[in-house]
Design a protein around this ligand. Structure first.
Ligand code: CR6
Length: 819
């Protein structure tokens, strides 16, 4: 498989040459960061050859293209992944060893491109990997944020956000393409001109401000197939740099305004996961990258096709959540205003080209822009949405004559707001959820009226993850073991993992499997010691919850349970207890006060528990600082227990759950999101399921909630733990520090419903499930079998499967092979 380009000697020569050219140094003089740059350039050189080949092939085959439009691409480091997909990892590792360098250390020099928050952005990155690997023509379209998701420091137990200046040393895998720049217009007003020649009105935006969108391309390397697709992220540049004559005309103020507009747009990724903040700059970001992307896509289409009516046959715009919904209106604008089509023609094309993925039912994540803000910033786009809305309401009225309730619930513009989800549904041909349960909830609850009106648009695409990054790269020991047993077909066909099932009862296989887990735990323990100064025992159960911090994900329930266990051990020192290490990793949105307080609570509990010698190290709590893609790979590989404990119905899918499963961790979780399908694949007996069902939760919610007080009053264990939040146990005597958390559960003053996420209702069931985990772990062979079966049954959760379903059922792309 070794590509010609990766002849070891040649590669070494090229690294040396790059060090010389870039830094005027010999390889002995260069530091690790410089070696990283030099190695990356050598790798990029190989990639570019394949990139050109791919381009040629696409020009020849003219396949249908999917544009995956997303505000977020949480790519993680590229060097290791590119080497994996070029099948050159081991060769390069050896070459570097011969030069006196360790590839792992070199990989660690790369900043994590963190242009995303969590699951949604990481999903986009997995999808790009699968699209290239399966040979489909795809472009990722996004924003080149100068600052990605903040870096997290923990100071005195609190989260502190540090800017992520990932571009400061230059990013070797990007390619600036100024020749493809596009102009994007904001503000001004729309002038209507009657054109006697056509008998139509022309709509002309005037008095606007412009920004130049400059694309940067990143290569997306397919696995072992020479295909290299493109992630195109747009950066903003002031147009005045190009139009200096503005100054001459004396329009200095406008020039400065445009300069500022350009400066701000791509500054920073909004750090909210599953939460809509309604900021004007965010709206600018959305239109900025959508306008540039759609303009570029139409221009590209027109280069090799004569009739825009064929667009739906050749192009799909997939909207990753509502953030890119502007696509619907921008495409209409181009077809109407620039291409001179009639409304009916343009609408026919648009509604067969756009498709929408919904990623949440959380009300606070729904994007609703105030008309004021929207129409001022995007006057022409707003006009078009008004017309879409007018016609859509007509359609509703035709279908449900006289039913004002339907109009109120479904209109795109209502109550002074533009509802982006409604626009995405009306303006596209497909609406999909991201796990079976989630899609059913959309159909029966959240989007019920839309489902009734357009049943055929709705479909499910259960999320997936790429095994190339999360097993082959992240867990080389297990990857090799799997290949030794069933061959390497799983790398591109994960269903083959089911061939491992025959080893589930095999003593030798079990031992080897658990020995690999042990070695990965040693690797993580070392990382924890280096980064947290906490010593953990790799023989203890590694019980892990890593994901964004959000109340619905219930990290709070996890830490309350740790407090409960600690009480138990203190009260009954003689009690049989299998040593356990609870590991957390999570970033909280900078403005999410309660989430940040939860981080403090976890660290406060860790402080007390880890320093209590009387419990003989039976319990350890670790909060891993700055959880991100690169350390995630190592964490998944080392987990025994995967915490997937969201309030049922709230987690649309989850994807961390799949990464744990692939790496042989056993799930403790609720019947939520993709957990339902995980249990279906691996069997009830190989997971620990507990808690309220989504139906029960929704039922409570529709009937005014439930009363957590009853649990507080009737259960002394729960009462004890809650009292410890306000009696100074974990706050050096400060009664107030954690009072907000206490209040959130019992609602003594806040206006929200008490215990919105049913923590007290599920607490005892969770504790009981944790007890079952402990018992199961004591049975070594039994646990090994469970762990091994989790890996063996994880085949369904590859993003290759997800992408193939998108292709078969929504996109209908053509497969391409490089000759
Ligand atoms: N926060 C869902 O909450 C899902 C991902 C990807 C999320 C999560 O359950 O796995 O999307 N939703 O589909 C949003 O971001 C809106 C997420 O990552």
């Amino acid at each position: 498989m070794l590509d010609n380009h990766f002849k070891k000697e040649e590669f070494k020569k090229s690294v040396k040459e790059n060090v010389k050219m870039l830094y005027r140094k010999t390889i002995e003089e260069a530091n690790q960061e410089q070696i990283f740059q030099a190695v990356s350039l050598a790798v990029k050189d190989v990639i570019i050859d394949n990139w050109l080949l791919t381009q040629k092939q696409y020009e020849k085959d003219d396949p249908k293209i999917v544009y995956y439009l997303s505000m977020e691409f949480l790519m993680g480091r590229a060097l290791g992944n590119n080497l994996i997909n070029l099948c050159a990892y081991n060769e390069v590792k050896e070459a570097l060893e011969e030069l006196g360098f360790d590839l792992n250390v070199i990989e660690d020099q790369e900043p994590d491109p963190a242009l995303g928050n969590g699951g949604l952005g990481r999903l986009a990155a997995c999808f790009l990997d699968s699209l290239a690997t399966l040979g489909y023509c795809a472009y990722g379209c996004g924003i080149r944020y100068h600052y990605g998701l903040f870096k997290q420091k923990i100071e005195n137990g609190f989260q502190v956000e540090v800017p992520d200046n990932w571009l400061k040393d230059g990013y070797p895998f990007e390619l600036r393409r100024p020749e493809y720049a596009k102009e994007v217009k904001f503000g001004g007003y729309v002038k209507v001109e009657y054109d006697p020649a056509t008998g139509r009105n022309n709509f002309v935006q005037e008095g606007y401000q412009s920004v130049l969108a400059i694309p940067y391309d990143m290569p997306i390397v397919g696995y072992n197939n020479k295909i290299v697709n493109t992630l195109r992220i747009w950066d903003a540049q002031a147009i005045s740099e190009f139009q200096l004559d503005l100054f001459d005309k004396g329009d200095y103020r406008k020039a400065v305004e445009q300069e500022n507009l350009a400066k701000n747009i791509c500054d920073v990724l909004y750090p909210n996961d599953n939460h809509y903040a309604g900021k004007e700059l965010r709206l600018k970001q959305q239109y900025f990258f959508i306008s540039a992307s759609i303009q570029a896509a139409i221009e590209k289409f027109k280069k090799s096709h004569s009739d825009l009516h064929d667009l739906p046959k050749k192009v799909t715009f997939q909207l990753n959540d509502t953030h890119p919904t502007m696509t619907v209106a921008e495409l209409m604008r181009i077809l109407l205003d620039e291409e001179g089509m009639t409304w009916e023609e343009a609408w026919e094309i648009t509604t067969h080209t756009c498709a929408y993925t919904n990623h949440t039912i959380m009300a606070e994540a729904l994007e609703k822009w105030p008309i004021e803000l929207f129409s001022k910033l995007l006057p022409r786009i707003y006009q078009i949405i008004e017309e879409i809305n007018r016609r859509f309401i007509q359609e509703i009225n035709n279908k449900y004559p006289g039913n004002q309730e339907k109009v109120r619930k479904m209109a795109i513009i209502y109550d002074g707001q533009v509802k982006m989800a409604h626009l995405a549904i009306a303006g596209g041909y497909s609406v999909n959820g991201v796990a079976r349960l989630h899609t059913e909830i959309l159909k029966k609850q959240e989007l019920k009226d839309f489902y009734e009106m357009y049943p055929d648009k709705f479909n499910n695409k259960t999320n997936g993850i790429t095994q190339r990054r999360f097993l082959l790269h992240g867990n080389p020991l297990l990857a090799d073991w799997v290949t030794d047993h069933i061959g390497d077909g799983w790398v591109t066909d994960l269903a083959q993992l089911s061939k491992l099932k025959v080893y589930a009862d095999d003593k030798k296989a079990q031992q080897e499997f658990m020995n690999i887990k042990y070695q990965n735990k040693v690797r993580l323990a070392k990382y924890i010691l280096e980064h947290n100064g906490i010593e953990v025992d790799p023989r203890s159960i590694f019980d892990v919850q890593v994901k964004r911090l959000h109340e619905y994900k219930r990290q709070l329930m996890n830490i309350l349970h740790v407090m409960y266990l600690y009480n138990q051990i203190k009260e009954h020192p003689e009690m049989d207890f299998y040593p356990r290490t609870f590991i957390f990793g999570a970033k909280a949105a900078a403005g999410y006060v309660r989430a940040k307080l939860t981080i403090k609570l976890i660290n406060a509990v860790a402080d007390v528990v880890n320093n209590d010698r009387s419990i003989n190290g039976k319990l350890k709590v670790v909060f891993i600082e700055n959880y991100r893609v690169s350390n995630a790979e190592m964490i998944f590989a080392a987990a025994d227990v995967s915490e997937q404990i969201s309030t049922a119905s709230k987690e649309a899918s989850g994807t961390g759950n799949m990464k744990f499963m692939l790496n042989g961790a056993v799930t403790i979780g609720t019947m939520d999101g993709a957990n339902v399908e995980i249990v279906e694949e691996v069997g009830q007996e190989n997971a620990f399921i507990f808690g309220l069902s989504s139906d029960e939760v929704i039922n409570y919610e529709n009937n005014g909630g439930y009363n957590p007080m009853q649990y507080f009053n009737n259960d002394p264990d729960i009462r004890n733990v809650l009292m410890q939040l306000i009696n100074g146990t974990y706050s050096n005597g400060d009664f107030e520090l954690f009072r907000d958390i206490y209040d959130s559960l019992l609602n003594t003053k806040s206006s929200d419903r008490a215990d919105t996420y049913f923590i007290l209702a599920d607490f005892k069931a969770y504790a009981e499930a944790q007890k079952r985990v402990e018992e199961a772990y004591k049975d070594e062979a039994g646990w090994a079998k469970k762990a091994l079966l989790n890996t063996a049954c994880s085949g369904k959760f590859t993003s290759d499967r997800t992408i193939q379903q998108y292709v078969d059922e929504i996109w209908h792309l053509d497969k391409v092979t490089i000759e």
